[in-house]
Design a protein around this ligand. Structure first.
Ligand SMILES: [Zn+2]
Length: 420
């Protein structure tokens, strides 16, 4: 049987970063052919799917997370970062983390990704091959992190053996300067740079991290990262909360990729990253959820709403960050940072990666501006469908690639065994 080309109708389609009304997104397998706004167009050669009272948006990309942590969701709350890590998270990780644990936790997180319109994760945790397998089964995209917490040799050996595909890529992940040390991070940067490998790390997350680094090296984390070449290679830096004006200027001038993880920073009381200043200086701002133990969910939809609102409040300026700009952080900017440059925008020649937002609920009625509703009104349950690489991943709120009920029941079973 010959597979037909597909056309997806919606009341609104965010095509080429502009809203088109009552249109069809035209596709051939995984590639976007264009958009049809004209009722006179002949669509006979297309199999048509209609999303009534809905909008089609480019799928979101989560640029910093630890998907394998989802089984620790709600395990230790209301604690500051260092206590949370040392007294709780690192202890239970040592005791319980296994390949099976990470596989199940990652699949649980993937369910949340799909339900929040997210096609892609930039992931940093243990067992990268297991993570890759979960994503292959779910048919989503991932940048699998090869982590280094103390020794860096292992990460390099493992990434050399790893086979990437169109949807599964890899990155080197020194955890942070305060854990891996300046020499270790530098060694990974020097390995990654000539090979065009992405470096993914935590940077300047808390005030106490800045103090630890100052005491050890006599300088601040972002200045050290610059000194050892981190801002001159392909890199993405999570958090970037505690920065000086000089550091903001350097990161801006080098168009550094920043992953803004506002909900994790709020919950762990780490502070609020100077995202508007970094954006104005020229940095490439993207959004991450961080792990489910510090957020406590993987919803990029809700994360975008928080980003848009918090920077208005702290600057006392309602126009500080517009909804379109925040959507851009989570789509085009993120796709560029993760080098998935054929995603993050619906345009001719790009990948067919999108989600569908329904306007059927009371809180989504009426509609003046669909982007406003996406950022300020929508819940995960308003996302009904998702297509990634031309394949339907969720249809009418039913996930097709993962057995959601089975994963949730296995997660409940394992949680009963977890204690410090
Ligand atoms: Zn993190």
């Amino acid at each position: 049987m010959i597979e037909m080309k597909k056309a997806y109708y919606a009341d609104y389609i965010y095509y080429n970063n502009k809203i088109h009304k009552n249109s069809y997104l035209l596709t051939d397998k995984d590639i976007i052919l264009g958009i049809s706004d004209n009722l006179e167009d002949d669509l006979n050669e297309y199999e048509i799917t209609r999303y009534e009272n809905s909008a089609i948006f480019p799928a979101l990309l989560n640029t910093h997370t630890h998907l394998g942590m989802s089984l620790f969701r709600g395990f230790a709350d209301d604690l500051e970062l260092m206590t949370w890590l040392k007294d709780y998270i690192w202890k239970v990780e040592k005791k319980y983390i296994s390949e099976e644990f990470v596989h199940l936790a990652t699949l649980l997180s993937i369910i949340e990704m799909i339900r929040s319109g997210t096609s892609t994760a930039n992931e940093m945790y243990f067992y990268p091959d297991t993570t890759a397998k979960a994503f292959t089964d779910a048919k989503l995209r991932v940048v699998v992190g090869f982590g280094a917490l103390k020794s860096v040799d292992n990460a390099i050996e493992s990434i050399e053996l790893f086979k990437t595909t169109d949807k599964i890529r890899s990155a080197l992940c020194p955890h942070a300067l305060y854990t891996v040390g300046k020499d270790g991070v530098k060694q990974l940067i020097e390995y990654a740079k000539p090979r065009d490998i992405l470096i993914h790390t935590h940077l300047a997350e808390t005030a106490s991290e800045v103090e630890i680094i100052k005491e050890k090296y006599g300088s601040t984390p972002a200045l050290i990262m610059d000194e050892i070449g981190g801002f001159d290679c392909k890199g993405i830096f999570a958090h970037a909360v505690h920065l000086t004006d000089e550091e903001i200027a350097i990161m801006g001038s080098k168009n550094v990729n920043v992953s803004h993880c506002i909900e994790s920073n709020l919950k762990l009381a780490s502070g609020i990253a100077p995202i508007v200043a970094l954006d104005n200086a020229g940095a490439n701002i993207t959004i991450g959820t961080d792990g489910a133990a510090s957020n406590n969910d993987q919803s990029m939809l809700l994360e975008m709403g928080t980003v848009a609102k918090i920077h208005k409040a702290i600057s006392c300026d309602a126009s500080a960050l517009h909804a379109e700009k925040v959507l851009n952080f989570a789509t085009t900017n993120a796709a560029n940072a993760l080098q998935f440059t054929d995603t993050g925008i619906l345009a001719k020649g790009k990948q067919v990666d999108f989600f569908v937002l329904s306007f059927n609920s009371a809180h989504m009625t009426p509609v003046y501006n669909p982007i406003s509703h996406l950022l300020y009104s929508a819940n995960n349950s308003d996302i009904t469908d998702m297509v990634v690489g031309g394949e339907t991943i969720m249809k009418d709120r039913v996930i097709l690639t993962i057995d959601e009920e089975f994963i949730k029941s296995e997660a409940r079973k394992i949680a009963k065994t977890i204690k410090i």
